[in-house]
Ligand binder design. Structure first.
Ligand code: GDP
Length: 328
C-alpha cells in the first residue's frame, strides 16, 4: 500500500505515472483542499478534481487541469451575464462541481462526496481530502489577503508575498481514513507538489505531521524544485516568503522532521551531496515529467527507492539533518 500526499498539477503528473506501474487499488491519495473555493455558488476543489480526473483518464494533459476536450460555453455565457470568468471551468468540469455541491448541500461531507464521485467515475485508487473541515490557504500581499486561487489564477502570482497562513487549520481534523492510510502504508510519497501551498496545508492539519513522524513506512519526497527554480508556478516565491531557499535544500527543510528520502533531479547532484553529507538519503534521477514514459519511469524509480534499504537502517527521523542550519 502506497500513500501519496498531493496537490493538483505536479501531484497529478506523478500520480499519472504511479497508476501506470502499480495497481490503483493499492494507492491512497491524501489531497490538499486549501485551494477550495466557492465559484458561481458551486463548491470547487481544484486539487481533488485534478487527481480524480487523472485517475479516471479524463484529465486534459495539455492544460494540466480540467477535462480533456472540454468546451467553455457556460463560461462564455456567464461572462455575457456579467459574472466573473477568471477561474476557468469547462462545461463537463461543471458537472463535477454541480454534483459535489448538491451532495454537500444534502449534508454529505467532502470525503463522502469525493467517494461518491470517485465511484461513479470508476476511480480505483482511494482519494481522500486532507480534512472535511474548511482550511483556507490565505496569501498576505501588499494589497491585502488573497485566497490561493485569487493569488494564483486571478492575479497570475504577480503580487509580492508577505506570508502564507492556513485559516481554520488548527481546529481541523484529518478526514476519516487519513491517519490510518499513513500508518498502514508501506511507503508514503510526497508528490512533487508546491511545498508551501499544496503540501503545507495538509501538514497543518493537526495529527498528520505527527503521524508522518512515527509511521512505519519510509517517507520519500520528490522535489518540485529543479536547480534554483520550480518546474512551474510560484513555489519559489512562496518558499522565500516562508524563509526557505528555492532549492532542494529548501524542500528538504520544509519536510526535515519526517522524510527519510529526498528524490531530486540529476541537475541537483551537487546540492544532493551537501544534503547527503548531513545524513539525508538523496536519490537523483530524471524528475521532469513530459511524457507518459517520463511519469512512469519516475514512479518506478521512487517505488524502488522506498523499497530498497531496510526501514530500521535509517537514522531517527528528524535527527539527520537539522545540522543543515549550521551550514555556511
Ligand atoms: P497545484 O495545486 O496546481 O499548485 O499543484 P501541485 O502543488 O501539485 O504542483 C505544482 C508544483 O509541481 C510546482 O511547484 C512545480 O514545480 C511542480 N511540477 C510540475 N511539473 C513537474 C515535473 O514535471 N517535475 C517536477 N519535479 N515537478 C513538477
Amino acid at each position: 500500500m502506497i500513500c501519496v500526499l498531493s496537490g493538483g498539477t505536479g501531484g497529478a503528473k506523478f500520480v499519472d505515472g504511479l497508476r501506470q506501474v502499480m495497481p490503483a487499488e493499492q494507492i491512497t491519495l491524501i489531497v490538499n483542499t486549501g485551494d477550495d473555493l466557492l465559484w458561481w455558488g458551486l463548491y470547487v476543489s481544484p486539487d481533488i478534481d485534478s487527481i480524480t480526473y487523472v485517475l479516471s483518464g479524463m484529465l486534459s494533459r495539455e492544460r494540466g487541469w480540467g477535462v480533456k476536450g472540454d468546451t467553455f460555453l457556460c463560461l462564455q455565457a456567464m461572462g455575457q451575464l456579467g459574472e466573473p470568468t477568471w477561474f476557468h471551468t469547462g462545461d463537463r468540469d461543471l458537472a463535477m462541481h454541480l454534483l459535489r455541491s448538491r451532495l454537500l448541500a444534502e449534508g454529505k461531507t467532502l470525503s463522502d462526496a469525493t467517494a461518491v464521485i470517485s465511484e461513479k467515475l470508476g476511480v480505483k485508487a482511494r482519494v481522500l481530502p486532507m480534512s472535511d473541515s474548511r482550511v483556507e490557504t490565505r496569501i498576505d500581499t501588499p494589497i491585502g489577503e488573497l485566497s490561493f486561487e485569487e493569488y494564483f489564477v486571478q492575479r497570475w502570482y504577480q503580487d509580492p508575498v508577505n506570508s502564507v497562513r492556513f485559516a481554520g487549520a488548527s481546529d481541523a481534523e484529518p478526514a476519516p481514513g487519513v491517519i490510518d492510510a499513513i500508518e498502514a502504508a508501506d511507503a508514503v510519497i510526497i508528490a512533487p507538489s508546491n511545498p508551501i501551498t499544496s503540501i503545507g496545508p495538509i501538514l497543518a492539519v493537526p495529527g498528520i505531521r505527527e503521524t508522518l513522524l512515527r509511521c512505519r513506512g519510509k517517507v520519500a519526497a520528490i522535489s518540485p524544485i529543479v536547480g534554483s527554480a520550480p518546474v512551474a508556478g510560484p513555489a519559489g516565491i512562496l518558499m522565500a516568503a516562508q524563509g526557505l531557499p528555492c532549492s532542494i535544500v529548501g524542500v528538504a527543510h520544509a519536510y526535515e522532521d519526517f522524510i527519510d528520502i529526498l528524490v531530486c533531479d540529476h541537475r541537483d547532484t551537487r546540492a544532493a551531496e551537501l544534503l547527503r553529507a548531513n545524513g539525508l538519503t538523496v536519490h537523483c534521477t530524471q524528475t521532469i515529467m513530459r511524457t507518459a514514459e517520463d511519469k512512469a519511469a519516475l514512479a518506478r524509480d521512487v517505488l524502488g527507492y522506498v523499497s530498497r534499504s531496510p526501514h530500521d537502517e535509517r537514522p531517527a527521523r528528524g535527527s539527520a539533518f537539522r545540522r543543515l542550519d549550521q551550514q555556511p
